[in-house]
Design a binder for this molecule. Structure first.
Ligand SMILES: NC(=O)C1=CN([C@@H]2O[C@H](COP(=O)(O)OP(=O)(O)OC[C@H]3O[C@@H](n4cnc5c(N)ncnc54)[C@H](O)[C@@H]3O)[C@@H](O)[C@H]2O)C=CC1
Ligand SMILES: O=C(O)[C@@H]1CCC=N1
Length: 269
């Protein structure tokens, strides 16, 4: 069983760790979680994960190193772990937005394989949409990483220059759909439901809708056509939303997030 070090166990790092254990890809005792404030990992330590503030030691003990700090925290971490990395032993996976494989290799000054993965927080429950890219990792390592992320959701292999787009659509996307569900529930309260009931109704409606597309393999407009009765209330509400910029605002938001994702990292740190 390979040992995995997650360097920077915050929101996505911990979601990933939970998903890998929940789906039996890894045992908690084979995952080393690092974070600057160890107290934040106490509950994970009690579940059997190894926890430490020592990134260098964590890398030395691991076979797979997952970089999950913020882009602006990366350079300090790479300086810290550089001397613990052994070219033939380690595989680096980076989930960090906006930092290329080449930039990581150049900072480490090593001939090491780096694979980028862009998961989302639904990885904690095995439902991530994860995009993977590399600039030359071996087929063996790419397959291993693909299998790893397939245990916790769907995987698409993409060109590396599309990774910032994947960040916006799939990783930020969780927040966009959540806000849509929240807004729908607020509308539900205005028209007569208690907040908890409205939220439950909005969640199940969103879940069923996503499953309709998955199971029927249809286009959204095909399913919309089935809901919009002539002269009916759905088309009235939908057109009102479009007059207020519903599709346009999602498209613009995704474009801005993608732009921002590409500018999160500066080589200087
Ligand atoms: N949150 C999300 O949904 C996703 C985030 N990402 C990427 O993952 C990375 C992390 O994002 P989040 O988890 O949201 O941020 P976060 O701030 O929740 O997690 C980063 C963690 O790294 C720790 N850290 C910082 N410096 C450290 C150091 N020197 N040694 C050890 N730990 C250190 C912080 O204490 C923090 O717990 C970012 O680069 C982001 O672009 C990628 C996909 C989805
Ligand atoms: O907001 C962010 O910058 C990170 C990247 C994707 C999701 N969270």
């Amino acid at each position: 069983m390979k040992k995995i070090a997650i360097i920077g166990s915050g929101n996505i790092g911990l979601s990933l760790a939970k998903g890998l254990v929940k789906t039996n890809f890894a045992k908690a005792e084979n995952i080393i979680l690092t974070r600057r404030n160890l107290a934040q990992l106490a509950s994970y330590a009690s579940e059997g994960y190894k926890t430490t503030v020592d990134n260098h030691q964590a890398v030395a003990e691991a076979d797979i190193v997952i970089l999950a700090v913020l882009p602006q925290q990366l350079n300090a971490v790479l300086d810290e772990i550089k001397s613990a990395i052994v070219d033939e032993k380690h595989l680096i996976i980076s989930v960090i937005s906006g930092v290329s494989c080449a930039e990581i290799k150049s900072k480490l000054n090593k001939n090491i394989e780096v694979i980028r993965a862009m998961p989302n927080t639904a990885i904690a429950i095995g439902q991530s949409m994860t995009c993977i890219a590399t600039d030359g990792a071996s087929a063996e390592n790419l397959n291993h990483v693909t299998k790893m992320f397939e245990t916790v959701g769907l995987v698409s292999k993409i060109q590396e220059d599309l990774m910032t787009s994947a960040t916006a659509l799939c990783a930020c996307g969780v927040a966009f759909f959540l806000r849509a569900i929240r807004a729908a529930s607020q509308g539900g309260v205005e028209i007569g439901f208690h907040a908890d009931e409205a939220l439950k109704m909005a969640i199940q409606t969103a879940k069923g809708t996503a499953d309709l597309l998955f199971i029927n393999q249809t286009h959204p407009e095909t399913e919309i056509d089935k809901v919009t009765s002539p002269k009916g209330c759905t088309i009235a509400g939908l057109n009102e939303m479009e007059h207020n910029g519903f599709s346009s605002s999602l498209i613009k938001g995704i474009k801005l997030s993608a732009l921002k994702a590409g500018n999160l990292y500066t080589k200087e740190g």
